[in-house]
Design a protein. Structure first.
Length: 394
């Protein structure tokens, strides 16, 4: 039988078979079975001879308590029912992967490493915006309208404009993947009670950059591919619509209905892939294995993770609005863009941290024994305590 093991990080006792500490979430050392007791071989019968007498047993002196003389059996104090056979404690049930635990864990983890997360997303946004400006400036001869939501510059074909925009978006995904992976690794390790420095997390994410880029492209591309057919049909129907063409009106309505029906499908797929990044950085999985692992982890937990994401998203929107309000008072679109970048740097890591905390909670929950284990007391004894069953002071 394997005895309960103390946590090497906080010292809390945990029941046998638990992988993570119930108090701090740190990974426990592998259990070590106690050494087998060697039972000596039974000795043969003692030699006897005629006229031999059995030796007298030693005199028995029972234990006695304070204020009771020798030879009087020990009696517990009046009103005390006896001493317990063991020193028992009830282990604390660990935190389950609920929406509330994911939300509180997100802000708790972010608060402990806020400067690192803000710096990561500020640098990531700055690099992505600079590269996008450079690409569009070289290809189209004008960059500011593209970034701020304008259309293609004069003399530039619409197809060329969309190709450049898509290329700039892919380039932004590649750049942001390493920063997202770094933030996710910091969050996972922090939630497990094992914080890491920013430099170590960055090197760890850089080693898994191909997998992170592949997962990001699939996670954003698959929902887009689901919605492209109804969007294309919708654009075609709208372009050929005439007031007297009933078939065109029917085609437009059908395209709208198809688009509305496919939005939940795209949302479902996007959420199911939401734990791919922490799966890759924490377990070293490939892009495909990380996406599959995310899909399995969220089986039966889709609504829990989605509800937590909605709450965190609402809070992030409010913070972004507050942070961007001072910049919105200026007429310059460039100043407003800078305000949005600063607000995004503060809240941009929240979705990544939410996924990392959800991943850590689900993995911990999967490694736990059945809930009934935490209703059973486990022996608790430390060196220096009286042995189980012994009266105080003995």
């Amino acid at each position: 039988m394997i005895a309960p093991a103390p946590c090497g990080s906080c010292g809390a006792m945990n029941p046998a078979g638990v992988t993570f500490c119930a108090r701090c979430g740190a990974r426990l050392a592998p259990p070590v079975a106690p050494p087998a007791q060697v039972v000596p071989a039974a000795a043969g019968p003692a030699p006897t001879w005629p006229g031999m007498q059995s030796p007298s047993p030693p005199p028995y002196v029972p234990a006695y308590g304070p204020g009771v003389g020798p030879g009087v059996p020990y009696a517990p104090p009046p009103g005390y029912g006896g001493y317990p056979p063991v020193y028992a404690q009830y282990p604390q049930a660990p935190e389950r992967a609920t929406a509330g635990a994911m939300i509180t864990g997100t802000f708790g983890v972010w608060g402990k490493d806020a400067l690192s997360h803000i710096l990561l997303f500020l640098v990531s946004t700055g690099i992505s915006v600079s590269l996008t400006l450079g690409v569009t400036l070289l290809a189209l001869g004008a960059a500011i309208p593209t970034i701020l939501g304008g259309g293609p510059p004069a003399g530039v074909a619409l197809a060329t404009f969309f190709v450049v925009v898509i290329a700039a978006a892919v380039l932004g995904v590649v750049i942001s993947a390493i920063f997202v992976g770094t933030s996710a690794y910091i969050a996972v390790r922090r939630h497990q009670g094992q914080p890491v420095p920013l430099s170590e997390a960055f090197r760890h994410a850089a080693q898994r950059l191909p997998s992170l880029v592949g997962a990001a492209l699939v996670q954003g591309g698959v929902p887009l591919l689901i919605l492209i057919p109804p969007l294309t049909l919708l654009l075609v129907a709208a372009a050929s619509l005439t007031p007297t063409d009933l078939s065109g009106i029917g085609l437009l309505l059908g395209a709208c209905l198809l688009f509305v029906l496919l939005i939940p499908v795209a949302l479902f797929v996007s959420v199911k892939f939401g734990l791919a990044v922490p799966s890759i950085v924490a377990e070293g999985k490939s892009a495909v294995d990380g996406l599959r692992h995310s899909w399995r982890l969220l089986a039966g937990r889709w609504w829990t993770f989605f509800a937590a994401a909605i709450v965190v998203g609402i809070v992030a929107a409010v913070v972004n609005a507050i942070a961007g309000a001072p910049a919105g008072a200026f007429p310059s679109p460039l100043i407003r863009a800078v305000g949005q970048i600063i607000g995004g740097a503060v809240t941009g890591s929240w979705s990544v941290i939410l996924a990392s905390v959800a991943y850590s909670l689900i993995k911990r929950e999967q490694a736990l024994p059945p809930p009934g284990v935490y209703a059973t007391p486990i022996p608790y004894w430390q060196p220096g305590m009286p042995p189980p069953g012994a009266p105080p002071g003995r």
